[in-house]
Design a protein around this ligand. Structure first.
Ligand code: OAD
Length: 260
């Protein structure tokens, strides 16, 4: 992946010096440079005229109850398209920012686990992790080493029940504990800097922490090559790829922290 050095606006760099706490909110765009499809937009998972709506149906809470093989086949199909994706510069830059500040939280909608692989520690994966599983009969949790070969729903090693992926499927509720953490760590007392990267931010619970940060007068930055509903609300918009912009931001935060 070629890099394109980004020059940050000087007014943004000036405002990074007093930053002691950072919240980062990510979506599928941060994994695009790892070769993963986004959900929306050209070439996105939902853009496929043959499979788009069928994929949504297969990945729903209703389908996994009546036809779990179908849900798992859809997951295997997406996993095959993703290949053996590795973290990219965006994931690495986010992990680097966490090491540089006193307080850090990452809220991600991605289920690919790439942030954790890149070394991010305080992660709220609000939509879960596709490799983690939960037994629909006994509730035991386990993890799959690969999603590629799946043709039928995997079975629980403890009780033989059908496993489900530990992700939020369409029509399902969010995990209450994660929602509570999201409010406690992001919304209640917003971090000094909130970065929104690679997401259309369509879900209210993703937009809400950004709006709270704006209301509280915190610094807010969007990183996205395309406009989103929050572009006009945040302080700065970097119309760049996540890898380029986050690498520049991580470096600027490191420099300004040293000076400050
Ligand atoms: P989307 O597919 O809606 O949006 C991806 C965003 O990434 C778009 O705004 C793109 O412009 C942007 N983008 C693309 N390439 C980029 C790059 N290299 N750098 C930075 N940005 C880039 O994905 P999400 O917003 O993550 O939920 O979608 C949110 C949720 O909708 C997903 O978690 C999924 C889906 O339904 C569930 O499955 C529950």
């Amino acid at each position: 992946m070629t890099s394109n050095p980004v020059t940050l606006p000087p007014e943004l760099v000036d405002r990074l010096r007093p930053v002691r706490s950072v919240g980062v909110i990510t979506g599928a765009g941060v994994s695009a440079e790892s070769g993963l499809q986004t959900y929306r937009g050209p070439g996105g998972i939902y853009d496929d005229p043959e499979e788009g709506d069928r994929t949504i149906e297969a990945l729903s809470g209703e389908t996994i109850l009546i036809d779990p093989d179908r849900t798992w086949r859809a997951i295997a199909r997406l996993a095959k398209k993703a290949g053996s994706a590795r973290p990219n510069r965006a994931h690495e830059a986010i992990a680097a920012i966490e090491r540089q500040v006193e307080r850090f939280v990452l809220l991600t909608q991605n289920v690919d686990g790439l942030h954790q692989l890149a070394g991010s520690k305080n992660v709220i994966d609000i939509h879960g992790n596709a490799r983690a599983t939960r037994c629909m009969r006994c509730g035991a949790r386990s993890a799959l080493s690969s999603l590629l070969e799946i043709e039928t729903a995997p079975r629980c090693p403890e009780c033989g029940g059908v496993l489900r992926p530990d992700v939020v499927l369409f029509g399902e509720m969010l995990d209450e504990e994660k929602v509570a953490r999201m409010y406690a760590e992001l919304s209640h007392d917003p971090p000094d800097l909130v970065l929104l990267a690679g997401t259309t931010a369509l879900f209210p619970y993703i937009a809400e922490p950004v709006l709270r940060a704006v209301q509280a007068g915190r610094l807010t930055v969007e990183i996205n090559p395309e406009p989103t509903a929050l572009s006009s609300t945040v302080d700065f918009v970097l119309r760049e790829k996540a890898g380029d912009a986050l690498a520049a931001l991580a470096e600027a935060i490191r420099r300004e922290q040293k000076r400050g």
